[in-house]
Structures are given as C-alpha cells and as structure tokens.
Write a protein that binds this ligand. Structure first.
Ligand SMILES: CN1c2c(nc(N)[nH]c2=O)NC[C@@H]1CNc1ccc(C(=O)N[C@@H](CCC(=O)N[C@@H](CCC(=O)N[C@@H](CCC(=O)O)C(=O)O)C(=O)O)C(=O)O)cc1
Ligand code: HCS
Ligand code: ZN
Length: 761
C-alpha cells in the first residue's frame, strides 16, 4: 500500500507566491527574479510533501496564476486578441487579467468550489507548444533527484470546460458556446486526444513512470454519448502508452456511469470516498477491475475537519474485500488547495478544542501517513472523541427557531410589480439607475489601518474616525460622479464573509488560513463550528452614517446566508440547510434594524448561490429550495416600500434561473461583461421580469472600459429586458481596483447611462 496526494496549496503558508507575482505586476522585480522565486516556492512545497512521507509526490501542480490557463497555453489556446504580445509570460498574465487593448479571458467557478479558473477559448492554431508536465518533472528531478508524478487537467475536463467563440459580424463582442453544447465538442475531444497522446509519449520517452490526468468532469451527470466520447478520447490519448502508468483522478463527487468509465483504458482510477458513499456502493455493485490501481480518496481536500482515523481505517479495510491491498494507493479525496497550508500558526490562536477538530493540508499528509502505517506497520490509531467536542457547541434556542421556520411559508406577500412601483415612487430614480456593487478600492492605506487596529496599534476611536473619513470621501465622490444609488464603500470589511462571521456567534477565524480564490487573490474562510446567532448589529453604524451625508439613497449592504455558508468551512454533522437558516435568522435581525433606521434599499449579496449547487442533478432541487428559502427568510419582514437587491457574479444561470426568480429580489445585479452578455440569454429565455442590474464592465481587470463597450452590453440587454427594469453597474465590487481606474471607469459608465436615458426616455 502506498500514499499519494494532489493539489497541495501553491500560494504558500504566508502567501509568498501572491507577494512575488504582485511585485512583478507592479514592476518591482524582474521576470527572472519572479521565475527564480516561484521555483524556490515550488521546490519547497515539493520537499514538504516528500518529507511528510508521501510515497508518490506530484509535479506540475504549481502555477503562477491558474492551472487551467497553464493547460491552455501548453496547447497554444491563445485568443487572437492577445497574439501580438510577444513575451510568453506577459501574454499569460494578459489572458488572465486583460491588457490595454484586450479584454481578459472569462473567469468562472471551478465546479462547486470558491476557486475560479480562466476559461479556455478554443480557436486558432491549437497544437502542443510547451509540455509543462515534462518540464516540471525534469526540473524537480534535476533539483531534488526525485521521481515525481506529473499532474495535468485531463482532455475530457479541459474540453468540457472550454468555450468555443464565434465573432459576430460588426461587433466587439462575441457569442460563446459552452463546449458540450456545441457541435464542435466531439471534434475538439478528438483533436485534444491526439495532443494529449503527444504529451504522454514525450513523458514516456523521458522515462516518467506515472502521470495523473484530473478528470473532475467525470463526476457530472454525463449523457451516454458523452461517456462514449470519454472512452473514445482515452483510447486515442493512450495509444502506444505502455510503459507509463496513467491514473485518471476524479473528485468532488462519485464517478458518473461507474460501470462504463471504470473501464477506461488506463492503469488506475482515483475515486472520492469522502463526499458520499456512492463510489463504494458502485464498487460493491459492479466490482473493481482486477488489473487496475485504485487511488482511494479517504481524507478530505475541502473540509478542514480532522479525519476520524479509526473510521477511515475501517473503511479502507472494507475495500480489501474488493481490491487487493497492493493495488490501493491512499490519497486525498479532492485537491488540497481548498485548505489552508498548516494548522501550526493557529495553535494558541484558536481554542484547544477547535484545534483538536481541525486538519489542514499539512495535517492531511500526516493523516495519510498514519493510515498507511496502520496497515503496513500495524501502528495503533488514536482515540479522537471528535463528536464529544462538537456536542459542546450547541445552542438549543437557535435550533428550536430553525425547526419552527423550516415549517413556515417564507417570503414577501405583495407581488413584485406592486412593490416595485411603491419603491420607485419613493426613490424617484431616473431610467437606467446607476449604482455600484458595494466595495470601493481597498488601498494599502485602508488595509494597514485595519491591521493596525487589529494589532492594537491604534485605538478604536482612531479607527472609527478613519473609516468615517473614508465613507465621507466615497459618498462625495459618488455624488460627483452622479451615481444614483450610493454605497458606503465597505472600508471596514476585510472580506464580505469574514466581516460578518467576525460579528456572529458560532464562527472562528484563522490567523493565517489563506486559501486561493483566483490568481493571487486569497480568502480566509471562517470556520462555523457552533450554532449561529447575532449578538449585536453588524452594519448599522457605517450605513446610517453614510446615509446621513447624502440625500441620495445609500444601500444597506449585507452578505446573504447562502454565501456566508458556502464561503465558510461548515460542520458536516448538521444539515447544511439548518446552518443556512441559522445565518438567515441572524441577518433578519440586521435587516429589521436597517429598515428601522430609515434605509430604503438593502442589498443582500448571494454570489455563492450557484456555487453551492450540487454537481449531481438529483441533488440540486433540494439545495435550491432551501437556499431560496434561506435568502427569503433573511428579509421577509420588510415593508413593500423597502427595495431588496441581490448580487451574483461569475455564475452560470441557465439551469437555476427559475430559482433566482423564486428568490424574488426586487433587483439582481449580475456579471454580464466577461461572458460578453451571454448570461442575459438565461434571463431572456425565462422572461425574467424583476429588476436587473447589468454588470457592464469587468472589475477583475485593471483595464478601463470604453464607452462603446459598455453601451453595447446595455443595448444587448435592451433586446431582452424591459428598459424600466434595467439598472447599470460594474459587474462586482471594486475592492481590487485602484482609485484612478475606478473613477475613469465609473465616469464612462455614468456617461453611457445618461446618453441612453436621453435617447430612450
Ligand atoms: C467576490 N469574491 C469573494 C469570494 N470569496 C470570498 N470569501 N470573498 C469574496 O469577496 N469568492 C469569489 C470572489 C473572489 N474575489 C476575491 C476578490 C478579492 C479578494 C482579495 O482581495 N483578497 C485579499 C485578502 C483579503 C483580506 O482579508 N485582506 C485583509 C488584509 C490581510 C492581510 O493581507 N494582512 C497582511 C498584513 C496587512 C498589513 O499589515 O498591512 C498580512 O497578513 O500579511 C484586509 O483587507 O484587511 C488578497 O489580498 O488576496 C479575494 C477574493
Ligand atoms: N458587496 C460586495 C460583493 C462582492 S461579490 C462587494 O462589492 O465587494
Ligand atoms: Zn460580486
């Protein structure tokens, strides 16, 4: 029995990678300094995995920005608009972040996680130009004399997640077609099978022993045709590969069409045994091929809870009835990059009880080693008493309230049209009201003051005065820009989930528990260890202060229950919906307070609503029903005149539009720029007839959008949506941007709104 891992975090325990990449972007270090430092970070993490006693150490699982983008550039999948950039590294970052004259590639959620990947655009001269797994393998061998297992996104998943672009006549926008829906899907699978075959042949020629192809798309509900195509792709991809062991790794859910895909022509299959019991049930039902290795995912890569080692060992033992022990490789059940690097910095910071419940990436390595040693050396596994500790965190009162509301009809009683009229009569907004999503630039200065306050270097009074001055400045700026509905800027918030968690009971916070969200951006997911309640108002002070400075409406700004839950680590021994209801009840009290204080518009952000959607269709309806109800419960106390907004970004809405409608928000602001307005199609098909804020430019890119680009997106929206329901806004919060580009971009946005208002009044 051996052990392996994959997806060990890349960003570094102290976000070292973030820091060097951002220094490069700022021009503080040269390209060769960046590459040198990045290599050092990578070699250190490889050494760490090796020294933890893991038998099969991965390579090519490091990336300067995103591993899907790495795969795309390997195959020269480079959109035409970037082709004039000569330097390959500048080109790589331009695809991720945009350049002066080229819009960045779309970025979207990676499966049901808070990681975002850069969407490959399949067009042009696609060919193997850089065998990254081979290069990574060689580099590690050269530096550490270590045989590794290169890891690469598999051909099926790569093509499945790609988009095919078609440029429309006379337009700066393009239509996109998601690969599986396109007639080109089959064509591209065949095409990439051949390219992957070249990659594998080169690895084999180099003497590489084992390679891992990640195929998380194999856990989605695939049609019979897609399953057949997957088998055909692999037959082609592994032609002539007889000295290199190919492992297909699946994760996040159980393998789709197990009885067929288990026979893929490869040496091993990796299965996730943590997310549920379905993979094991399938093994019991259909068996497991005698000639294959099983990479058994037995410790979680996405939940931070300690593995119950005795229970895991029992499970592994039960696998022996179906698979010989020597054919089993113990592993993580999903990539480790969803976890912080190490629990060590948290010792002394989190309570001892909580530390005893937790396990991050480094601790997973340790767990795998222990499990292996239990079988190979007969060592005893510890008594952990995990449930005893968890039971200490109960709040019976909250649990009672949740059971009560779970059996109630929730939501606002008056229909949208009637409410919206009353609201707009009071708000007196022009056609195409302009607004922003909430946050304004979080400068070094703002972050430093927050850090100083946290560390006790400045007093609470000084801190609050500083935040007030920021709010006053941004209110003045928004008035000058002539925006219609203002925000307070969120300067007091480190992160939209962390901020609320810090004010709620039942949440704990790591000091250093950074997890990559996209590129160099990281989050520190709160840990919901106990039942949730709200001891005090959370946002009232800042919002009412902002409103006191202006006659224009200021939006109350909350993060919704589903998002707080989905972007936190949460307990697995309590139903997820119960935790959502607990958070919704806490927010409900905040909404009541905001309304009482005279706030007329309250935005309850739900950007992670789509993210929590289970990957298997059979599980989706249950989720969507409770998620909609939790959102409604958070605010259904408000009067008709109070306008409820919500915001979602970087999500695909097609399958869930009916439930977005059921959320019954008065206005929903959505991203519509990176996907070139494609998302609006879902709203059109559904005849969506509530307010929609069109996200007219991409805030993840430092690029200032031109007025024509903004106008084209609004005009596209006008084809689908009643003009009286359209709002105009950026596609997400502005916290990652600089002031200069923010002001320029908003000026262009307001100018377009005014022009269209004049034309279409
Ligand atoms: C909207 N998005 C969000 C997602 N998930 C969330 N949980 N939150 C989100 O907002 N998922 C989808 C998208 C992803 N988008 C983003 C966008 C931006 C970030 C981001 O900017 N992250 C920051 C870190 C955020 C943070 O908490 N910063 C703290 C400062 C912490 C820090 O750096 N401290 C320093 C010391 C500071 C000093 O002394 O000056 C240190 O510890 O070294 C803060 O703002 O106060 C990032 O930089 O990556 C994430 C996701
Ligand atoms: N209100 C938040 C939403 C981000 S999804 C912000 O503006 O940053
Ligand atoms: Zn957003």
């Amino acid at each position: 029995m051996k052990t392996t891992v994959y997806g060990y975090p890349k960003i570094g325990e102290n976000r070292e990678l973030k820091k060097v990449v951002e220094s490069y972007w700022k021009g503080e270090i040269t390209k060769s300094q960046l590459l040198e430092k990045a290599q050092e970070i990578n070699l250190n993490r490889v050494k760490k995995v090796l020294e933890a006693g893991i038998d099969i150490v991965p390579s090519n699982d490091f990336s300067l920005y995103d591993f899907v983008l790495d795969t795309a550039t390997m195959f020269n999948v480079i959109p035409e608009r970037f082709k004039k950039i000569e330097d390959s590294l500048d080109l790589y970052f331009a695809m991720a972040r945009g350049s002066d004259d080229a819009i960045a590639c779309e970025m979207t959620k990676w499966f049901d996680t808070n990681y975002h990947y850069v969407v490959p655009e399949l067009a042009g001269d696609i060919k193997l130009v850089k065998n990254r797994p081979l290069e990574s393998y060689k580099k590690i061998k050269e530096n550490l004399s270590l045989e590794t297992k290169p890891v690469i996104v598999g051909p099926f998943t790569f093509v499945y997640l790609s988009k095919v672009y078609r440029r429309q006549e006379g337009s700066i926008l393009m239509e996109m077609v998601k690969a599986p829906e396109s007639e080109k899907f089959e064509y591209f699978l065949d095409y990439f099978a051949d390219l992957y075959n070249q990659v594998l042949r080169q690895l084999q020629d180099e003497g590489v022993k084992v390679v891992q192809l990640d195929e998380p798309a194999f856990v989605l509900d695939l049609s019979d045709k897609e399953v057949d195509l997957a088998l055909r792709t692999y037959q082609k991809a592994v032609e002539g590969i007889d000295k290199l062991d190919v492992i297909v790794q699946t994760y996040y859910e159980s393998l789709s069409s197990y009885e067929k895909l288990i026979n893929l022509p490869v040496k091993g299959i990796g299965l996730d045994f943590v997310s549920n019991t379905e993979n094991f049930e399938n093994i019991k039902r259909y068996g497991f091929p005698k000639d294959k290795l099983l990479v058994a995912g037995v410790v979680s890569g996405r939940d931070p809870w300690k593995t119950d080692l005795k229970q895991a060992a029992e499970f592994i033992k039960s696998l022996f009835d179906y698979i010989p022990q020597e054919n089993i490789i113990l592993s993580n059940a999903s990539p480790l990059f969803h976890l912080p690097v190490s629990l060590k910095p948290e010792v002394g910071h989190l309570s001892e009880d909580l530390i005893n419940l937790l396990s991050f990436a480094d601790e997973r390595l340790e767990e795998l080693k222990l499990l292996k040693q239990h079988f190979t050396e007969g060592i005893d596994l510890p008594d952990q008493n995990l449930q005893n500790i968890r039971d200490r965190y109960k709040n019976e009162e909250v649990r009672k309230l949740v059971s009560f509301y779970k059996n109630q009809e929730v939501g606002r009683k008056t229909p949208f049209k009637e409410r919206y009229k009353k609201q707009m009569d009071i708000l007196k907004l022009p056609l195409f009201p302009t607004t922003t999503i909430g946050s304004f630039p979080q400068t070094q200065e703002v972050r430093k003051v927050r850090a100083d306050y946290k560390a006790g270097r400045i007093t609470e009074k000084e801190y609050k005065e500083f935040i007030k001055s920021q709010i006053a400045n941004v209110i003045k700026l928004q008035e000058e820009l002539d925006l219609d509905v203002l925000v307070h800027g969120e300067f007091e918030r480190t992160d939209m989930v962390e901020f609320f968690g810090e004010k709620l009971e039942g949440f704990a916070f790591t000091k250093n528990g950074w997890v990559q969200s996209y590129g160099t951006r990281c989050v520190r997911p709160p840990i919901i260890y106990g039942d949730v309640s709200r001891p005090n108002p959370m946002t009232l002070e800042e919002i009412t202060y902002a409103q006191s400075l202006t006659n224009r409406p200021v939006k109350g700004m909350l993060t919704g229950p589903v998002t707080i839950l989905n972007w936190s680590f949460y307990r697995k021994d309590i139903p997820k919906e119960d935790i959502a209801y607990q958070i919704a009840l806490a927010l409900r009290q905040e909404v009541i307070d905001l309304e009482k204080a005279g706030i007329k518009i309250i935005q309850i952000d739900e950007p992670a609503f789509r993210e929590g959607l289970p990957l298997k269709k059979s599980k989706q309806e249950h989720y969507l029903n409770w998620a909609v109800n939790a959102f409604k419960l958070s605010h259904d106390t408000v009067k008709d005149e109070t306008q409820i907004h919500t915001h979602m970004c970087y999500s695909e809405f097609n399958e869930i539009i009916e439930y977005i409608y059921k959320m019954d928000a008065d206005v929903i602001s959505i991203e519509a720029s990176r996907s070139k307005g494609e998302i609006l199609g879902a709203f059109e098909k559904f005849n969506y007839d509530h307010g929609i804020g069109i996200g007219v430019y991409d805030i993840h890119s430092p690029r200032v959008p031109r007025e024509e680009e903004i106008e084209e997106i609004v005009r596209r929206a006008l084809r689908y949506i009643d003009k009286n329901l359209i709002w105009i806004n950026p596609d997400c919060g502005l916290k990652t941007r600089d002031w200069d580009e923010t002001v320029k971009s908003l000026k262009n946005m307001v100018s377009v709104a005014k022009k269209l208002r004049e034309e279409l009044k």
